[in-house]
Design a protein around this ligand. Structure first.
Ligand code: PGA
Length: 902
């Protein structure tokens, strides 16, 4: 029966101070009324205001009080979409208000802060001269929104900026409010769910839009800003990396073709960007020899261009640029294999390397610098173009390779067997494996034979390394520099990758006492608690091998990747966080002994259970000595759009990452050695107790696996078309074998968010020295950052709502018992956190986040309640397609509202 909304519901009091949220929310209401009809509008408004009342404790949470029972299936879909769009617009409004921007998170502030500690600009420049800071984009499947939805959202953000500037019309003369209304109406009528399977190629195309629209223009602009701040020109230490097309761990769809495509398309984008830039400069640099003094080098370049156009004879800069353009067009044709988007009127020889292109651009810049005060050469488009060429080369983004150690083991075993070297490599112990692999690495004779038959797996792994070698020849050695080994647990895991690289000539044995040459670095990814503990001894043993020591010394640095999600799934939040910290700390002297700079690669996602939270704080909270100006961090899924969706936001986040790296590398440790020792011992104890509690629940409780699989929408999440890779590596349904993403994602949907906090409560309550805990919470950046994330996750979780999912569990008695333990653990974590931070309620000291979360909660609850109802019907076998669609929409909407849930 249709329920009519009481008058008061339509005028629900404002629950936010953010005027943009109110404005966009009102327009969304108008759109729903205009396009969804009055009935839907009233229903939505009623549910919204009832939910707000409940959030304020003004009303109970019976389904009959919510208005949800009046929704038929079609209404449900429309309603869910409406709430999802509200969350999307609220995210947009918040991002505009700078909720995401942290004070002091920019390079200028970091330089000032360092100066206050006596660290001068020269020290900063010295660090930057050997720094490498890289956000690495991956296709990890946590972005639920289609690109079309994100694009509409970004257009609204652009229009809102015009509004901020006091404009009432767009440049095209459209009235601004109407234009925004129209964009929201388009959003409303755009299908939010992807119907078709996503292919790796889609993921490659998707990431390229970020490079074209954001990174290519933004990085040079940032460097120009930093040059002003630093008073010098640092080398291109900030780059953007890519995994898409190279990460094959658990994704059988990434093959040599995809690797070729990722790099080929990247090259296309980079060269097209440079050509546009040069075309623009050609229009701009109209200097005439009649009015300007032009140095000989520029005149030579002009002459070499072959540009004989009479109208340009006194314009050597334009002629030089025509020549550069012609050479670039030839480079494009040679590397991309098709005609350039804008052909050149002149003929030119392709550039062999980006360095050659840069050289010509620098000649032009020096010419401009030689006259007047040099203003024409600096700060303008030419300076930015030179920076772009240095940063993006011909390859756009360094593409990492990744595969699982188990695959390498099998492939190397097969190669050895077919070559007649070793019949059963897998049966060898670690010592024998190392000895055998070292013998093979000492010569250049490949194991693979052209006429040998191999399994499909070995064939495809060999094809990949050969494609990588070809990429080096085509795009240069910067195109692929890292090969990540998932689930690395031994020295032989690293050596096996070097063996595979050798097959394609990417590892060359040393001759005459020279060290071997490794064109691509084998990098272990340590991702269980035990492997993180073993990391220092594994790296010691690896560096202890003379040939490796030689390679590493010659390169000057080595990377180690550490995995946040899997260590969390293995050992729980605090143990994972602490083990990552300890491993980083313990690795530092191992690297110092080996004479190599340490480069840590942090494999983290958006949700706290996967290492999410403020990157600015997280980087600063790294142990001293472990950053050294070098850091790589994965950026994945919904985080990519959130952090790099628009140029402004990308600038803010890249500034934050860079400034945090400077601070973590150069700022003195905030705590004394004595405190460090006390705090560390306390963390050991906390971690031990948290680990025991977490393991006991997750891995030691009968029926837990079933409880998890029935309580959360894990099965339904696996069906979402949000990534090219399969949801699971194996057919097993053990929690150990589940990938970390669906594990974290499904707990978030049911609002338990267990990976973000479980076990911490027990550890905090068992810890007797509360004064020490408070001391640590107040003075130690590591614990502050860990507690801030814990607090956010506790504030977003809601065990009252989670309890609504309990009826989905078949064995009710077991379900209630397990849920009781979870609830108790939550309460302990909540109380322990308040005690450690000296607060009387969650987020008391973080009003911006508090408001943001409070605003969201009333919008999420109805979605959760609907999700439960739909799950019940789905699992009872109802096969109306709208039920499945409703579940997927609700997952989408909840993830959007929670922001960092995947
Ligand atoms: P992975 O990533 O499963 O690809 O190793 C884990 C994660 O990022 O959560």
């Amino acid at each position: 029966m249709e329920r009519t909304a009481p008058a008061s519901a339509q005028a629900a009091p404002a629950i936010t101070q953010n005027p943009d949220i109110r404005y966009l929310g009102r327009l969304l209401g108008d759109v729903i009324r205009a396009y969804g009809g009055d009935k839907l509008y009233k229903q939505t408004e009623y549910i919204r205001s009832a939910s707000v009342d409940r959030a304020r404790g003004l009303q109970g949470a019976d389904l009959t009080d919510t208005g949800l029972d009046a929704l038929n299936l079609d209404d449900t879909l429309n309603f869910t979409r409406g709430f999802m769009l509200f969350s999307m617009l609220a995210n947009l409004a918040e991002d505009r208000q700078g909720v995401a921007a942290e004070p002091g998170a920019d390079v200028a502030s970091a330089v000032e802060r360092l100066a206050a500690h006596g660290v001068d600009r020269d020290a900063v420049l010295d660090l930057l001269s050997h720094s490498l800071i890289v956000p690495v984009l991956t296709a990890h499947p946590t972005e639920v929104r289609r690109k079309s939805m994100i694009d509409h959202k970004n257009r609204i953000a652009d229009l809102m900026q015009l509004k901020d500037a006091g404009r009432t019309e767009t440049a095209e003369g459209e009235q601004l409010d109407e234009a925004i209304f129209r964009q929201i109406a388009l959003l409303w009528q755009t299908r939010p769910l992807r119907r078709e399977k996503l292919f790796v190629q889609d993921e490659i195309d998707n990431v390229l839009t970020y490079f074209r629209d954001v990174f290519l223009p933004v990085l040079p602009a940032l460097y120009a800003r930093w040059e002003r701040v630093l008073g010098a020109r640092p080398h291109s230490f900030l780059r953007v990396g890519n995994w898409i097309g190279g990460d094959r761990d658990g994704n059988p769809f990434v093959q040599a073709d995809q690797l070729r495509s990722a790099l080929g398309r990247g090259c296309d984008a980079a060269l097209a960007f440079y050509m546009e830039g040069i075309h623009g400069l050609g229009a701009e640099l109209s200097l005439s020899t009649e009015l300007a003094h032009v140095p000989q080098a520029v005149l030579d370049l002009a002459e070499a261009s072959g540009d004989a156009s009479p109208s340009r004879q006194d314009e050597p800069y334009r002629r030089a640029l025509s020549g550069i353009y012609a050479r670039l067009a030839a480079t494009y044709a040679a590397l991309v294999g098709k005609a350039p988007p804008r052909p050149s009127a002149l003929k030119g020889e392709a550039y062999a390397t980006p360095g050659d292109l840069r050289h010509d651009l620098v000649v032009v810049a020096q010419g401009l610098a030689s006259e007047g005060d040099g203003a024409l050469s600096t700060g303008g488009a030419l300076g930015r173009l030179i920076r772009a060429v240095e940063t993006f080369g011909f390859h756009l983004a360094t593409l990492d390779m990744r595969q699982n150690s188990a695959v390498h083991e099998r492939v190397v075993a097969e190669l050895l067997k077919v070559a007649g070297v070793e019949a059963d490599y897998l049966a060898l112990d670690e010592y024998a494996r190392i000895a055998l692999l070292r013998r093979e690495l000492a010569n250049n004779r490949p194991l693979g034979g052209r006429f040998s038959d191999y399994s499909e797996e070995t064939t495809s792994e060999l094809a990949i390394v050969h494609a990588a070698a070809q990429a080096h020849r085509t795009y240069g050695p910067q195109s692929i520099t890292h090969y990540i080994i998932s689930k690395a647990e031994s020295v032989s895991d690293l050596l096996e990758v070097n063996i595979l690289l050798k097959e394609a000539g990417l590892w060359q044995a040393g001759t005459d006492g020279a060290p071997p040459q490794a064109a691509i670095m084998a990098i272990p990814l340590f991702e269980t608690i035990a492997d993180l503990e073993a990391a220092p001894s594994i790296m010691t043993a690896y560096f202890g091998l003379p040939e490796i020591a030689g390679v590493v010394k010659a390169r000057g640095h080595q990377e180690v990747m550490i995995g946040y999600s899997d260590s969390n799934k293995d050992g729980g939040y605090i143990t994972s966080t602490w083990s990552l910290y300890k491993a980083s700390q313990a690795l530092e002297p191992v690297f110092a002994d080996a004479g190599a700079a340490m480069q840590l690669f942090h494999g983290r996602g958006g949700a706290v259970g996967r290492g999410g939270g403020s990157a600015f704080k997280a980087i600063q909270a790294q142990p001293r000595g472990s950053v050294q100006g070098r850091i790589r961090i994965t950026e994945q899924g919904e985080v990519i759009a959130a952090k790099f969706g628009t140029r402004d936001v990308a600038m803010t986040n890249l500034e934050a990452m860079t400034s945090a790296t400077l601070l973590a590398s150069l700022e003195p440790d905030g705590i004394s050695d004595r405190d460090a020792a006390r705090f560390s011992a306390a963390m050991d104890e906390l971690s031990k107790n948290a680990f025991a509690a977490y393991r006991d629940l997750v891995y030691g409780t009968d029926g837990f696996k079933e409880f998890f699989r029935q309580l959360t929408p894990i099965q339904e999440i696996s069906g979402l078309k949000i990534g090219s890779r399969p949801a699971s590596r194996t057919k097993s349904n053990a929690i150990e074998d589940l990938r970390a993403i669906p594990w974290v994602f499904s707990w978030a949907q049911a609002r338990v968010m267990l990976p973000g906090w479980y076990g911490v409560g027990q550890a905090l309550s068992a810890f007797e020295d509360k004064a020490l805990l408070a001391d640590m919470g107040q003075h130690w950046s590591f614990l502050q950052s860990a507690l801030a994330n814990l607090e956010m996750v506790l504030a977003k979780s809601d065990l009252g709502i989670a309890a609504r999912y309990l009826p989905l569990v078949e064995d009710q008695a077991a379900g209630e018992a397990i849920f009781g333990r979870i609830r108790e653990g939550w309460q302990q974590a909540h109380d322990g956190l308040l005690a450690a931070t000296g607060q009387s309620r969650l987020l008391e000291k973080n009003p911006a986040l508090d408001e943001s979360i409070r605003l969201r909660l009333p919008y999420i609850e109805p979605l959760n309640l609907l999700q439960v109802e739909l799950l019940k019907r789905h699992r009872a076998g109802e096969d109306d397609a709208r039920i499945k669609e409703g579940i997927e929409l609700s997952i989408n909407a909840i993830a959007t509202a929670l922001r960092n849930s995947g």
